[in-house]
Design a protein around this ligand. Structure first.
Ligand code: PBG
Length: 341
């Protein structure tokens, strides 16, 4: 009898058969699954805009809107009810309030600060409230920091005190976690020092540590109404997509500066980086499945070319499999409904 004759009883001991045997029923697959995506892993990004009378849809992010302060609080309650444990808030000032230094970012009565207070009031401590800490939504030139008038470049060191001030105002408004996303050197240390100096030892920092200069942020720029002056880009301060080792250097620096959690962004195109970071550090690792990653799925699904919810679940599961503990995704609400709270 041939060793591969199906009637050969020894065949049932072949490793390939063992693997197949464990795929037979949904219950078996459930029992042996290595990755268990849960609603507990998810953070929902939310947008709040100043001066809106009603929520405004974002064309390139179907299903995502710019909220008023009131609808933001309602949406936070809904997500909280679905069991989503974290929210990250982005704000849009009135266009006429943008200026060269992004002063609405650190105005105690700015739109993010009002949004944070409203969400805190609506959901109490039931949700972790994360504030994105950056200037680009608030500057008239759209860069993440102050632009040096002589060189035309972002002035890293002059930007740090503004990040510190922004973080303090966000903590005062109710943020549990400050998430600096501007990729300025020393931003984590500057924010930690400012928080500690203000007796806010309990406020945590989630560092956008390995943030790539990605074309996948396109729909987000529509969401927050940001255009970079003169057709500029962020390659001078965000990471080059060609670099993998560099991400570890960024992560190590941020942890040394006091980051409590670190993040890789985008997610799906950087699964190798997520896996590297997970293997190298002990702090929680986040990954941001960004606007372009969401939009690609929605656009193809709209045309009936893919099964959108299935692809979303597969992609977000892959991000978890790569090693992310915390996943920021515009699918958070949809996934929460599927995964159960
Ligand atoms: C910067 C910031 C960006 C995103 C989050 N924070 C845009 C950028 O760096 O240009 C992108 C998020 C997304 O695309 O979903 N404040």
């Amino acid at each position: 009898m041939s060793p591969i004759d199906p009637s050969n009883p020894a065949l049932s001991a072949f490793p390939a058969r063992r693997l197949r045997r464990l795929r037979r029923t949904p219950a078996l697959r459930r029992l042996v699954a290595e990755t268990r995506l849960s609603v507990d892993d998810l953070v929902a990004p939310l947008f709040v805009a100043d001066g809106l009378l009603e929520p405004h849809p974002i064309a390139s992010l179907p299903g995502v809107v710019q909220h008023t302060v009131d609808t933001l609080a309602t949406e936070a309650k809904r997500l909280c009810g679905l069991g989503v444990p974290g929210l990250i808030l982005f704000g849009l000032p009135r266009p006429e309030d943008k200026d060269a230094i992004g002063s609405q970012a650190f105005d105690p009565d700015g739109i993010v600060q009002r949004g944070l207070a409203a969400v805190r009031e609506a959901v109490g401590d039931a949700v972790v409230l994360i504030a994105d800490c950056c200037l680009d939504e608030f500057t008239d030139h759209g860069h993440c920091g102050i632009v040096d008038p002589v060189t035309g470049e972002v002035d890293n060191d002059a930007t740090l005190p503004l990040y510190a001030q922004t973080a303090l105002s966000q903590a005062a408004a109710g943020a549990d976690v400050i998430a600096p996303s501007g990729m300025m050197d020393g931003q984590v240390a500057a924010i930690r020092a400012a928080l500690d100096g203000d007796d806010r030892d309990e406020t945590a920092i989630l560092a956008y540590a390995a943030k790539y200069a990605s074309a996948l942020y396109g729909p987000f720029r529509e969401a927050v109404d940001v255009t970079i002056a003169g057709g500029g880009d962020r390659r001078g301060y965000q990471q080059d997509p060609r670099n993998r080792r560099e991400a570890m250097a960024e992560v190590s620096l941020d942890i040394a500066e006091g980051a409590d959690m670190v993040m890789v962004k985008p997610a799906l195109t950087y699964l190798d980086v997520i896996a590297d970071v997970r293997a190298a550090v002990d702090v929680p690792v986040g990954a941001y499945h960004v606007s372009g990653e969401y939009a690609l799925i929605q656009a193809a699904a709209e045309r009936g070319w893919i099964d959108g919810p299935a692809v979303a679940l597969e992609q977000i599961t892959a991000v978890k499999r790569a090693g992310a503990d915390i996943i920021l995704t515009y699918f958070a609400g949809d996934l929460a409904e599927v995964l159960g709270g």
